[in-house]
Design a protein around this ligand. Structure first.
Ligand SMILES: [Zn+2]
Length: 48
């Protein structure tokens, strides 16, 4: 799991990034990734 701010690799379950100490909200992070994947799939199905 990468920090959304500095892209440092962090062990899953950490609340703060090891590099920049940013608070990481994994629940929203996963949700955001899921939504962007869904959008990518949607675009593919529209434009192909
Ligand atoms: Zn970071």
């Amino acid at each position: 799991m990468r920090c959304p701010k500095c892209q440092a690799e962090n062990r899953e379950g950490r609340r703060f990034c090891a590099e920049c100490a940013k608070f990481i909200d994994w629940k929203n992070y996963r949700l955001g990734r899921l939504q962007s994947e869904v959008r990518t799939e949607y675009k593919k199905s529209v434009f192909e």
